[in-house]
Design a protein around this ligand. Sequence first.
Ligand SMILES: C[S@@+](CC[C@H](N)C(=O)[O-])C[C@H]1O[C@@H](n2cnc3c(N)ncnc32)[C@H](O)[C@@H]1O
Length: 201
Amino acid sequence: MRTFVVVSHTAPLDGEFSLTDLPGGAGRLDILCRCAVETFLVSHGIRKDARLYLVIRDVLVITLDGERLRHLNPDERSTAALLRRALSQGQDLAPGETRKSTSGISVWRAGLAEVLRSLKEEGSDLILLDEGGVPLPQARLPVRSAFIMSDHREFEPEELALVEKLPRVCVGPRWLHGHQCITLVHSELDQREAGWTSGLD
Ligand SMILES: C[S@@+](CC[C@H](N)C(=O)[O-])C[C@H]1O[C@@H](n2cnc3c(N)ncnc32)[C@H](O)[C@@H]1O
């Protein structure tokens, strides 16, 4: 299972936004859409062994699970429509409560701390994607790795406190967009699984 956690500081907490203005009125929801597409879609297929947690403003978490995910297409607009539906479903959730949205997508009233705790409890190894980390080809990448990254903004101090002691991995010498990091991590893990390189635990 490959898990990605993307921390969003600006995406909406409800479904009251237009699908025609994702970078503006929808608070850079386009970033989260690209991360979803890169996490799950391959040419004519879906990665069933992938999961994505979108942590929105430390209030709501949209979880996408490749095993059951349906209706995800490569375009940002239809992906945003799936996320908008989940956000609408998340309106009256009590803290800690989860609700199913469309197939493979659910919404949880929680923040980064709860996501990291739940991943640790299920035995995932948490890895911070960071330019100061071990270069990806040399990194230890356990089978149940969860890769954590921010959106277009820096982590807030409270978020940094949760992730700063985690092992760090750098995907390349250039500072990239989050969805590009996801593609590179998948590619590295694909190569290790295919026996092209060693290192998969
Ligand atoms: C677009 S970057 C963050 C931009 C940053 N907050 C800023 O304002 O300059 C999104 C995420 O991608 C990851 N990232 C980008 N380049 C990376 C690299 N070369 N190695 C590892 N992670 C990287 C980091 O986790 C970062 O939080």
